[in-house]
Every structure is written in structure tokens, then in C-alpha cells.
Design a protein. Structure first.
Length: 289
């Protein structure tokens, strides 16, 4: 291979890798369908945990005994057996129940960190996981600011487990099982634009009832699940230190530099070697005795 072809191939490889990085770091393409989401009104949640039961039944996972397991007495996170949990908080305005699950970020850190596109942000909004693409690196777990993806450490064929917003239902416009099961309409499924209007109207019409904030509107660039609350969100276990910048944006400049380091620098060294090699050696292929 001569110098010209070497540099041409190196440049093409660098551009391709940079394009892949840019695709992973940004949100959906222009003109994509409007995202689905869910609005959670914590003032309406009664802690019945019907959502937990519906989620387990719908997805073939653990179905809790909500009458006898005493789960509301402890603070829980989602795990490899349950994609959603309801927690109980004693707050300045009394008891509050909060449903937790994957937040389905607009620009998810987990998909940007995934090397094989096993974690995918769909064009309809839900963040789903592809078993046949996963290599088990678990970067999605490390990158998630909400500590959602969980790994089946005890399984011979471990999987990443997280809420997929009932993708088999929402992909055809149906409600997630948890939303459909809620007896108090604490959960509303729809497009984010419509959910934001509903949330703003509730705050406007009942300013004394709600904190004047919609959690998920701006956090980490916005999330698919939005929350209303009667008390400050830190009282019900929400992180308030996440900022409004999507997490992939923090690493974008670094990732753009990776192709230059991996391909550009070796190409530079190879080019210098070619240019400094004696002309007769280059033509004959002899490098000395």
C-alpha cells in the first residue's frame, strides 16, 4: 500500500467512527414520531401496587403478594425481578406513594454507553434492550443516573433487566400494563407534549396542591416519565443534582476525539516512517542488511 492509499483509508475510517459516535450521542433524527411518555401524579397514588402486579404478569416476571409482603415498609429500587416498584414516604404533607421505573430519557446515557446498540432508544420513546446484541459489558448500568438497569448475576444466561414501557403494547399505541391497571388515574399515557399540558393545567388550576415543578421536564435533558408532587421532590426520593444537560453531551467532545487518537496518531507515525525511509529501500523493499 502506498502513502496516498494509506492516508485515504485512515481518513475514511476516522470519519466513519466519528459519524457512529455522533449518532450515539444525539437524540432521535429530525422528523421522527413524537415520543410516548407517562405522567405520574403522586397526589393520586394510593399505594395499592396494582402497577407492580400488572407489570409482573404482563412481562412474565415476579408478581408480588401486595397484601402480605410488607414491601411498603422498606425503601426499594427496581431489580432484576421487578421492573417497577412503589415506595412509601412520610413527608411534610403526610404519606406519599411514588412509583419508580426506568425514566426513558430523551437522550439516554445507557444507549450512548452501549457499544453494540443492545440498548436502544426507539423512535416512539421507550428505551428497550436487545438480548441478541448484548455482550455483557454493563456500561449501561454504570452510566444510568437513575440506577435502573440491573444484571442477572445469578443466571447462567444473564440478561439486563429494566422497564421497556411495555414496548410490545406501546409500539402499537396501547397503554403500558401499569397505566391500564391504575385504579385512580395516577398514571396517564400519551405524547409528552400533551402530558406537559395536562401537568401545567393541574398546577395552574390547583397551585396550592402541587409543587410548581414537573420532574422530568428538564432533568438530564428531559425524560419520558414525568412527575407531579405536593411536596418538594427531594422529600420523595428524587435526585435534584442531575442538571438539565443530557449525559451523552458531557462525553461528546471526548468521543469525537477518540477516532483521532486511535486512527489519526498511528497514521501520523506511519506516514512519518514512510517519508523518512530511504527512497531506494522503499522501491526495493530492502531495509538493510
Amino acid at each position: 500500500m502506498n502513502r496516498r492509499n494509506f492516508f485515504r483509508l485512515s481518513g475514511m475510517a476516522s470519519i466513519a467512527l466519528m459519524a457512529k459516535t455522533a449518532e450515539a450521542s444525539h437524540g432521535p433524527r429530525p422528523g421522527a414520531p413524537e415520543f410516548w411518555g407517562v405522567l405520574v401524579d403522586t397526589t393520586r397514588c394510593i399505594g395499592c401496587r396494582s402497577c407492580e402486579v400488572a407489570c409482573g404478569e404482563e412481562n412474565g416476571m415476579f408478581v408480588p403478594d401486595v397484601e402480605n409482603d410488607g414491601a411498603l415498609e422498606t425503601l426499594r429500587t427496581t431489580d432484576e425481578t421487578q421492573w417497577t416498584v412503589v415506595n412509601h414516604f412520610e413527608t411534610s404533607k403526610g404519606d406519599v406513594f411514588v412509583k419508580r421505573q426506568c425514566m426513558h430519557c430523551w437522550q439516554p446515557a445507557c444507549t450512548a454507553a452501549c457499544l453494540t446498540k443492545a440498548m436502544e432508544k426507539t423512535e416512539l420513546g421507550p428505551v428497550i434492550w436487545h438480548e441478541n446484541r448484548c455482550m455483557g459489558c454493563r456500561f449501561c448500568m454504570v452510566s444510568c443516573p437513575f440506577d435502573v438497569p440491573k444484571f442477572e448475576y445469578d443466571s447462567w444466561n444473564p440478561k439486563i433487566q429494566k422497564c421497556i414501557m411495555c414496548w410490545h403494547r406501546t409500539s402499537v399505541g396501547d397503554k403500558p400494563a401499569c397505566v391500564e391497571s391504575c385504579p385512580t388515574d395516577a398514571l396517564i399515557f400519551g405524547h409528552k407534549r400533551d402530558l406537559m399540558e395536562i401537568a401545567r393545567m393541574r398546577i395552574y388550576n390547583h397551585p396550592e396542591k402541587y409543587v410548581h415543578k414537573i420532574y422530568g421536564e428538564h432533568e438530564v435533558g428531559g425524560t419520558g416519565w414525568l412527575y407531579l408532587s405536593a411536596v418538594p421532590f427531594e422529600e420523595i426520593g428524587f435526585r435534584m443534582d442531575l442538571g438539565t444537560t443530557p449525559y451523552p453531551e458531557y462525553t461528546k467532545d471526548f468521543l469525537y476525539g477518540v477516532p483521532l487518537v486511535l486512527l489519526g496518531f498511528p497514521a501520523l507515525l506511519a506516514g512519518m516512517n514512510l517519508m523518512t525511509r530511504p527512497e531506494n529501500d522503499e522501491e526495493s523493499g530492502v531495509h538493510g542488511e
